[in-house]
Design a protein. Structure first.
Lengths: 493, 226
C-alpha cells in the first residue's frame, strides 16, 4: 500500500513532497489512520504482535534492578554527544581513518545516495546485499540504487518480506509486523525464486529464506549497512542484530559501505555497555541479542578490504539546535515507543507516511524534513499525550513534551486559532466567564429537557461537534455551574 | 486546614457535581474550603493544542488567583499535572491531598455498588497516583471494587485529539468500553471528568455498560445513591 499511495500522491503533486524524502507524511495523519483502521486483518496482526512484544519487554525490564539509573546515564551520554557533535565527529573520523577506513560526509539524502552509488559503481557490482538499516531507508537508498541499475537485496527476513511485496516497512524493528505467516507464505510462493513449500510453519518459511539468502551472500561483492553505535574514541562501528545475516554481510563481501547518522556516536568505548543492555531489552524484549558485531577499520586478509563510512547529517545538526526538540536525536531506534502506543497499535506504521512511524516518528519526521513538508504538521497531533512512550524510552526522550512543543511551533488552521483565542479571552475575566457559563446553561436548557430520559447526553450535534458525536454522546452544560452553586451555598450571607 | 479549591473550567461548566463532592468530603472531614473566584482554566487545553501564548496568560491568571494559598486541591489529575509543571502552585489531586497531606483513607462514605476504576493517563504517568484512588474506594462501606481489564490503556480522549483524530479516538474508546462492560460493574469511576466525558459518551451507547462517575462523588456519598 505504502509505495502505491506515495506514487499516486506524487502524481497529484500534493505539497512539497519529494520521493527522495521517505520521511514526510504525504497524507494528513487522521485521513491515513482512518483508512488503515478499516483493515481488520491489519488491526488483528498489529494488536497481537504489539501486545506480545510489549509484554516481553515489561518482563525483562523488570528483572534489571538498575534500569532507571541506566536510562539516566544513557540519556546523559547522548546529550553529551549532541553538545559536542563536531568535535566527536572529528575524533571518530581520525580514529577510523587511522584504522584503514575511508570517511565521507553527506549533508543530505541525495548527497549520501550519490556517494554510495558511486562507490558501488567503482566496484562494478550489479547488486549489493544489505543489512537492515533505518538510515538507508531514511535516504531512500534502495530506490536510488535501482535508478542507477544496481539491485539492492535486503537480507533481514522481515525487510526481505517487505521488499518482495513491493511494500514499505510499518515498524522500525519489525518491518513486516502487518503480515501474518499465511500472507508471507503466499508472498514467497509468488515472488521468491525456488520457493516450493506449502507449509506456513515459521521454521519452514525461515528455512526457505535462508536457502535463498545463502546464495546471495556468497555471490556478493559489496555490502551496505548502517550502525547502531559509532565509537568516537576508537573509530569502531557496532551492529546489533538477531538473524546472523548482518554477520554474513560484514564479513563476506570485499567492500563494505556503512551509512551512519551523525547522532549514532558514543564518546567512549566504555559507554557501549549500558546501551547493549538497554537496546535488546527495549526492542525485542530479549536479555541479549544473538549477534553483536564490533568492527574497526580494515584488517588485511580478514573480512572486507575496503570500508567506507558515510556520515549522514540530513537535518540532524539543525534539529540539534532546538533546545526542546533535540532530545529526539537521543533515539537508538529500539521501537519500544511504537509497541506501547495505543495510536500506533490501531493506525499502524503506514499511517505516519514515514520510515519513522509511531511516537518517535511523530517527533522525528517533522523535525528532520520540516513541519511544512507534506502533511508533517499533522503528525504531532497523532497522540493523546498518554505518556506510555516516555515511560518505556531507554534514553528518556520526553516524547509528549516534544509533541506539544511541535504543536506550539507549527502552523494552525485560522478557524481554530480564532476559536482558541476567543475562548481564552472569555476565560481571562471572571465576569465574562460567569456570563458565558450562564449563556451556555440557558442555551442548553431545552436540550437537557429533551435528553433527560436518556441520561442527559446529546447523541447528535452539528459540525464541528459532529466529530465528537460520531463516536460518543456529548455532555451538556449543567443546570447550575459550580460557581453559581458556590455563591448560593457559601456566599449567601 | 484551609484548602483552596481549583474546580477546573470543565467541572465548573459541565460537571459541577465533582466540585461539590470535593467540597462535601473536605468539609465533612472538618476542613475549610476556599473558592478563589478569579479562577477559570489552567491553560492545559491551549498548551496541549499548540497555543502557547494564551496558555501562559491562563497559567499566570491561575497563579495570581491562588497566590497566598498553601494547599490547593483539584478533582482533576490532568489539570493538577499542568499546574505543577507550569505554575509552581502547591496543587494536589484529591487523593494525594487526602492520603499524603491529611493522612485519611476512610472518608466515611457509603456506596453499596459494584465499581470499576479507570486510572487516567495523567493520574497514572504524570502524577504517579498509583493505588491512592483505589485505596480510598476500598475504604468505602458497601463498595465492591472490580478490576478493569487493561487499565493502563489510554481511553482515547486526549483533548482535541478526540476531534482531530476522531476515528482512532473512537477505536480506542470502543476497546475501553468493551473492557468496562466485561466487569459487570454498575459504575466506572475515574479521577478526571475530561476522560469521563469521553468514556461516558461511549458507555451511553452500550445498554448494559457501567455509568461514568467521578470518584469524588462516590467519596461524598453517605447514602445509597450519589
Amino acid at each position: 500500500m505504502g509505495n502505491s499511495s506515495r506514487k499516486i500522491v506524487a502524481i497529484m503533486g500534493v505539497g512539497t513532497v519529494s520521493r527522495e524524502l521517505p520521511i514526510v507524511a504525504i497524507t494528513p495523519f487522521a485521513v491515513a489512520a482512518e483508512r488503515e483502521l478499516g483493515d481488520a486483518q491489519l488491526r488483528a496482526n498489529l494488536g497481537r504482535a504489539t501486545r506480545t512484544i510489549r509484554d516481553k519487554r515489561a518482563r525483562v525490564v523488570a528483572e534489571v534492578a538498575d534500569w532507571e539509573p541506566m536510562r539516566d546515564r544513557a540519556a546523559a551520554v547522548k546529550d553529551e554527544v549532541l553538545d559536542n557533535l563536531s568535535e566527536l565527529l572529528a575524533r571518530f573520523e581520525a580514529a577510523a581513518v587511522a584504522a584503514g577506513a575511508t570517511v565521507h560526509h553527506a549533508t543530505d539524502a541525495a548527497h549520501a545516495n550519490a556517494i554510495v552509488t558511486e562507490l558501488v559503481k567503482e566496484q562494478r557490482a550489479e547488486s549489493v546485499v544489505k543489512i537492515k538499516s533505518m538510515a538507508t531507508q531514511e535516504i531512500g537508498l534502495n530506490e536510488a540504487l535501482e535508478a542507477a541499475g544496481i539491485t539492492p537485496i535486503e537480507t533481514d527476513l522481515a525487510e526481505l518480506i517487505v521488499q518482495l511485496a513491493d511494500d514499505t516497512p510499518s515498524h522500525i524493528l519489525v518491518p513486516a509486523i502487518h503480515y501474518n505467516r499465511s500472507q508471507i507464505r503466499d508472498l514467497f510462493a509468488r515472488r521468491m525464486p525456488g520457493f516450493t513449500a506449502t507449509s506456513d510453519e515459521p521454521a519452514v518459511l525461515a528455512g526457505a529464506a535462508r536457502e535463498y539468502l545463502r546464495r546471495t551472500f556468497l555471490a556478493a561483492k559489496v555490502a551496505v549497512c548502517g550502525a547502531n553505535f559509532a565509537i568516537a574514541a576508537t573509530g569502531s562501528l557496532v551492529i546489533v542484530e538477531s538473524e546472523g545475516n548482518g554477520r554474513m554481510c560484514l564479513t563476506l563481501p570485499e567492500t563494505l559501505i556503512a551509512v551512519v547518522g551523525v547522532e549514532k556516536l558514543l564518546p567512549r568505548f566504555a559507554d557501549l555497555g549500558d546501551f547493549l543492555r538497554l537496546l535488546p531489552r527495549s526492542s525485542t524484549g530479549e536479555r541479549m541479542n544473538p549477534y553483536t558485531s564490533i568492527f574497526t577499520g580494515v584488517t588485511p586478509g580478514d573480512g572486507p578490504q575496503r570500508l567506507h563510512i558515510v556520515l549522514l547529517d540530513n537535518g540532524r545538526t539543525q534539529v540539534a539546535q532546538d533546545p526542546v526538540g533535540r532530545a529526539a536525536l537521543r533515539c537508538i531506534r529500539c521501537s519500544a515507543c511504537l509497541n506501547v502506543c495505543p495510536v500506533y497499535e490501531r493506525a499502524g506504521g503506514h499511517a505516519y507516511g514515514s520510515v519513522y512511524p509511531g511516537p518517535i516518528g511523530a517527533i522525528l519526521s517533522p523535525q528532520l524534513t520540516g513541519q511544512d513538508a507534506g502533511f508533517n504538521k499533522t503528525l504531532p497531533y497523532a497522540s493523546t499525550l498518554c505518556g506510555a512512550c516516555y515511560d518505556v524510552c531507554p534514553v528518556k526522550i520526553n516524547i509528549p513534551e516534544i509533541l506539544v512543543h511541535l504543536r506550539q511551533t507549527g502552523s494552525k488552521p485560522a478557524a481554530e486559532r480564532a476559536a482558541m483565542s476567543t475562548l481564552s479571552w472569555v476565560m481571562r475575566d471572571r465576569r465574562r466567564w460567569r456570563a458565558a457559563l450562564r449563556a451556555a446553561r440557558s442555551g442548553a436548557a431545552p436540550l437537557r429537557a429533551l435528553t433527560r430520559r436518556r441520561g442527559g447526553t446529546l447523541r447528535r450535534a452539528p459540525w464541528p461537534l459532529s466529530a465528537w458525536t460520531a463516536h460518543r454522546d456529548a455532555p451538556l452544560p449543567a443546570a447550575e455551574s459550580f460557581r453559581d452553586w458556590w455563591r448560593r451555598t457559601h456566599e449567601s450571607s | 486546614m484551609r484548602i483552596a479549591l481549583f474546580v477546573t473550567c470543565l467541572n465548573d461548566a459541565l460537571f459541577p457535581q465533582a466540585g461539590i463532592a470535593t467540597v462535601t468530603v473536605l468539609e465533612r472531614l472538618g476542613h475549610t474550603v476556599a473558592f478563589p473566584d478569579a479562577q477559570s482554566c489552567c491553560g492545559q487545553m491551549h498548551a496541549n493544542t499548540g497555543y502557547a501564548a494564551p496558555a501562559r496568560r491562563l497559567e499566570r491568571l491561575t497563579g495570581a488567583a491562588f497566590a497566598g494559598h498553601d494547599v490547593i486541591v483539584s478533582p482533576s489529575g490532568s489539570c493538577v499535572a499542568h499546574l505543577r509543571a507550569h505554575t509552581g502552585l502547591p496543587a494536589y489531586e484529591l487523593s494525594e491531598l487526602l492520603i499524603d497531606v491529611l493522612g485519611v483513607t476512610d472518608v466515611g462514605a457509603t456506596f453499596p455498588h459494584r465499581v470499576t476504576y479507570h486510572p487516567t493517563c495523567h493520574g497514572l504517568r504524570a502524577l504517579r497516583l498509583g493505588d491512592r484512588p483505589t485505596t480510598l474506594l476500598r475504604a468505602v462501606k458497601g463498595l465492591q471494587l472490580i478490576d478493569l481489564p487493561e487499565p493502563e490503556q489510554c481511553c482515547g480522549f486526549g483533548g482535541t485529539f478526540a476531534l482531530k483524530n476522531a476515528a482512532v479516538s473512537g477505536a480506542m474508546l470502543a476497546d475501553k468500553c468493551a473492557n468496562a462492560a466485561t466487569t459487570g460493574a454498575e459504575y466506572l469511576a475515574a479521577a478526571d471528568n475530561s476522560c469521563l466525558a469521553h468514556i461516558g459518551g461511549g458507555l451511553a451507547r452500550h445498554p448494559a455498560a457501567p455509568k461514568p462517575i467521578h470518584y469524588a462523588e462516590i467519596l461524598a456519598t453517605t447514602g445509597a445513591h450519589p
